[in-house]
Design a protein around this ligand. Structure first.
Ligand code: 5RP
Length: 248
């Protein structure tokens, strides 16, 4: 294990968003330092936090002559890998990964995650499942005692487009809350995933047994995958406001 970066540091920020960005960087760097070794096949997650992890991967490849191969979880991840000149692979060639590193929208005390804020949940879950170790990186805002405390946008569910209405009705009839079809930034049309599907965001009202709910939603015809990641994360790195990294 390579030691964590820095330790406690006195940091000054001009904005709250600078603080969050620094926290993402701390988490990404620490996870790559501690969990990537020579000759590893590395799953690369999606989102804004993973950008820092890939920066650090590229640094280590340069500085330590580290040999790695990267498997992306999205178009964005693929572009990041290519931008840094890192070796790009896929699950056809590398169906077994040594480690996958990815962000999260919310993490509870038992390491259950909500993911899919960027709509990449299906490929992220597949890649994480193929990895011996699944490591999550996040800033302090993602840490919560129970799901729903922090991430107010609900649980993303990737669905086959023709079925989005019946699936949404089924979820609310059985579990309550509200289901919203995720729209693109311009609101001109729905978000379309890398797999050409739609995303429903289920805004739940109460705490559920997430294992049961996850299974039940997955059984609805037309559901591709949910953004609930249960019993998958081995460790979570939170970048904190005071410049430390908290590992759960
Ligand atoms: C994308 C994801 C991301 O990993 C998640 O939304 C966290 O993103 P960020 O690092 O930007 O906070 O699940 O589908």
């Amino acid at each position: 294990f390579v030691p964590l970066l820095g330790g406690r540091r006195r940091l000054s920020y001009s904005t709250w968003s600078d603080m969050a960005e620094e926290a993402k960087k701390l988490a990404g760097y620490a996870a790559v330092n501690n969990h990537v070794k020579n000759n590893y096949v590395v799953g690369v997650g999606s989102g804004s936090t993973i950008v820092y992890a890939v920066d650090r991967l590229a640094e280590r490849v340069q500085q330590e002559n580290l040999k790695i191969v990267c498997v992306p979880t999205s178009f964005q991840a693929r572009q990041l890998i290519l931008k840094h000149g890192l070796p790009l692979s896929d699950l056809d060639r590398h169906p077994e990964l040594d480690v996958a590193i990815d962000g999260a929208d919310e993490v509870d005390s038992s390491l259950t995650l909500i993911k899919g804020g960027g709509g990449c949940l299906t490929q992220e879950k597949i890649v994480a499942d193929c990895a011996r170790h699944f490591i999550v990186i996040a800033d302090y805002r993602k840490d919560s005692k129970c799901l729903g405390q922090q991430w107010k946008k609900g649980i993303p569910v990737e669905v086959i487009p023709m079925a989005y209405v019946p699936i949404g009705r089924d979820i609310t009839r059985r579990f309550g809350g509200e289901v919203v079809l995720r729209m693109g930034v311009s609101k001109a049309g729905p978000v379309v995933t890398d797999n050409s599907n739609f995303i429903l965001d289920w805004k739940f009202e109460k705490v559920h047994n997430w294992k049961e709910v996850n299974m039940a939603i997955k059984m609805i015809p037309g559901v591709v995958e949910t953004g609930l990641f249960i019993d998958m994360a081995e460790r979570v790195y939170f970048g904190m406001q005071d410049g430390t990294v908290r590992i759960r």
